[in-house]
Design a protein around this ligand. Structure first.
Ligand code: B16
Ligand code: MG
Length: 217
């Protein structure tokens, strides 16, 4: 079996929803008087909702009851969803669509591998759902990135091996997950943050189709 498979993270790779997650978490942090900077936000990328809240509480050394935590989790998601109401294809990050199109034209299997429980509605709103042969998201996995479960499930659904899987990720946890899973990791973002990735690009506009073609071979 040597068919390649291309696995895309969602938030921060296909769409810029990372900024909405940040705004929604910032509101909770402000209420709790916890300092929450862009640098702190890097710790939350690719991390599940529940774990994200725990990280914020740890940053502020705040102890909370399960009841309070559950309330903040609901509040965060409602706030996050309010930013997505008017979402459409204009929110697809630059350069992503041509690469998805190139992969489709070359009959390459494509999967989503996201920690988000809101992945499907986002793909629907942006008109990208039909590009994906498989979707694995936060509703399907028990172990969060850097555990490779999400990407291993995606590779399996695409009938390929981890070694033949190529993962696009914007988070440190996601790059680690791909590496631990023996996949080819491609970091989308800053080299200083994503230095563990095999290849790094600032964004998809920097990725030539000739590079993708070389991965297919
Ligand atoms: P939700 P990804 C991740 O998505 C985000 O990077 C992360 O910031 C977020 O907390 C997580 O999804 C859960 O999202 O609250 O929508 O279930 O980057 O893995 O696509
Ligand atoms: Mg991401």
């Amino acid at each position: 079996m040597n068919t390649k498979a291309f696995i895309f993270d969602l938030d921060g790779v296909i769409v810029d929803t990372a900024k909405y997650h940040y705004l929604a978490w910032q509101k909770i942090a402000n209420e709790l008087k916890i300092e929450f900077t862009h640098e702190h936000n890097e710790l939350l990328k690719g991390v599940s909702r529940v774990r994200s809240l725990d990280i914020i509480l740890e940053l502020g050394k705040v102890e909370a009851s399960q009841e309070d935590k559950d309330r903040w989790l609901v509040q965060k998601n409602e706030d996050y969803l309010s930013y997505l109401v008017d979402m459409d294809e204009s929110e697809i990050l630059p350069g992503v669509f041509p690469i998805l199109k190139f992969l489709k034209e070359n009959n390459q299997p494509i999967a989503l591998g996201s920690a988000s429980k809101n992945a499907r509605p986002i793909l629907e709103k942006t008109g990208l759902l039909s590009y994906f042969d498989a979707i694995v998201d936060g509703n399907d996995v028990t172990n969060a990135k850097p555990d490779p479960e999400v990407f291993l499930m995606a590779a399996k659904l695409l009938n390929t091996t981890p070694e033949n899987s190529i993962v696009f990720e914007d988070s440190v946890a996601g790059i680690q997950a791909a590496n631990i899973g023996n996949m080819t990791s491609i970091g989308i973002g800053e080299a200083s943050t994503l230095h563990e990735a095999k290849y790094i690009f600032k964004d998809f506009t920097e990725i030539e189709t000739s590079f993708i073609a070389s991965l297919i071979k």
